[in-house]
Design a protein around this ligand. Structure first.
Ligand SMILES: [Zn+2]
Length: 412
């Protein structure tokens, strides 16, 4: 294939959008539905319109930019990801997939390539889940997995309501989220892990995504005076929670390969130096490549909570918060990615994604696949997140090739 993306233009876009919500340490703070999110959306829509796309957004604020195809009766082949970031995120996570999609469209324009299918770039709302939980809200509602009404009412930590914020930044569209059929969906993303870099591969052909389960853990004890309550008579919710958290961290050793566990938030009440804490809230994130592994981890987690709580004379509630089962991407789309990478002679490997992505939800309603490129030291969700310009360029080229191959494939 002779059609080539413009690497420096794409790289420049990453630097340009990286100024919207830039942090001092070179990263990004562009939380979903914030003013910075509004700025990057405006930038993106403008760039897509300059590239000749029709742009609209739905009532979840997902943005769709369409380049028409030869045949209006065909559904679009879509590319995309997200433009929001973690509070101390990087310039590549999500942004790469959206900007590479834009670059693919510009490339098609410049080379006068006509496709049979319309080609779209999508920016999904609130992928990160950093401001409004859970993650991947826009694509989740799109796929019918998450309920729009519930999401509209969800609040961030400052009490701001999702729907109000969506309206405030002007991105509650008329179109009903989900009523937008896609032929297929391709998402380019940084790996957010160390595997490709350590094996010196440039392209990860993503075959599937590991499953994850999130829980809210609440431990209830009883508040008492730190100076007058004898140790055996305490009902210390924080001491119990600490033990549970250490136990959670040790679970993967018991379960074996493929298991990962994390506690990322802990809040103790009343939060006074000389009061034994009576309530503790903590989050639990379990991941595994298969359902059996997740089930075993869940069972172990439940018994860990009950054993530790009874020893500390406190009670523990473990509420399931979110369940995203392991999944496999569509074989045709994965093949289109693999063939495109082979044609470009990029060193590749098959890989399972450790993180959740919009493509996971989209794959429930359309054939989907993902392309990974390495990121420096495997680091993501961090201001120092970085990727090589050559890898960014390779990823976007593979995306372009996959789109063109799907355009033919889907007609057969
Ligand atoms: Zn992402």
């Amino acid at each position: 294939m002779t059609t080539k993306i413009n690497s420096s233009r794409l790289w420049n876009d990453i630097l340009q959008t990286g100024k919207l919500g830039a942090t001092e340490r070179g990263g990004l703070c562009r939380l979903a539905l914030s003013d910075e999110d509004a700025q990057v959306r405006a930038w993106f829509i403008d760039a897509c319109q300059v590239a000749g796309c029709d742009v609209h957004f739905d009532d979840m604020g997902n943005i769709f930019a369409r380049r028409p195809g030869r045949r209006a009766d065909l559904h679009p082949i879509a590319m995309g990801s997200h433009l929001d970031s973690q509070p101390t995120g990087g310039k590549f996570d999500g942004i790469l997939g959206v900007l590479a999609g834009l670059e693919v469209i510009r490339t098609l324009n410049e080379h006068g390539v006509e496709t049979d299918h319309p080609i779209e770039v999508i920016d999904w709302t609130n992928e990160e889940g950093a401001r409004f939980a859970p993650a991947m809200l826009g694509s989740g509602v799109f796929a019918g997995v998450l309920e729009k009404k519930k999401i509209y009412g969800s609040r961030d930590r400052d009490g701001q309501v999702f729907q109000d914020e969506l309206e405030r930044i002007g991105y509650r569209g008329e179109a009903v989220c989900g009523e937008h059929p896609l032929d297929s969906y391709f998402e380019l993303h940084i790996e957010q892990g160390p595997i490709l870099e350590s094996e010196k591969k440039v392209i990860g052909v993503v075959e599937g995504v590991q499953g994850m389960r999130w829980y809210d853990l609440t431990v209830h004890g009883s508040a008492s005076h730190a100076g007058t309550t004898p140790m055996p008579m305490r009902r210390n919710a924080l001491a119990a929670a600490a033990e549970i958290i250490v136990g959670i961290n040790g679970l993967p050793d018991e379960i074996g390969e493929g298991a990962l566990t994390t506690t990322g938030i802990i809040q103790a009440h009343p939060g006074s130096r000389n009061v034994v804490p009576d309530h503790v809230f903590a989050t639990v994130d379990l991941r595994h490549t298969n359902v059996e592994g997740l089930d075993r981890m869940e069972t172990r987690l439940e018994s860990l909570v009950s054993q530790v709580c009874s020893r500390h004379n406190v009670s523990g509630d473990l509420e399931p918060f979110w369940d995203s089962p392991p999944m496999e991407f569509h074989t045709d789309c994965v093949r289109a990615v693999r063939e495109s990478a082979l044609a470009g002679e990029h060193p590749l490997r098959e890989i399972t994604s450790g993180a959740g992505h919009d493509a996971v939800y989209v794959s429930r309603v359309a054939p989907a696949a993902m392309i990974f490129i390495p990121c420096k030291d495997g680091i993501s969700h961090n201001e120092t997140e970085s990727a090589e310009p050559a890898h960014v360029s390779a990823g976007a080229s593979v995306l372009l090739g996959a789109i063109l191959s799907r355009d033919q494939q889907a007609l057969q």
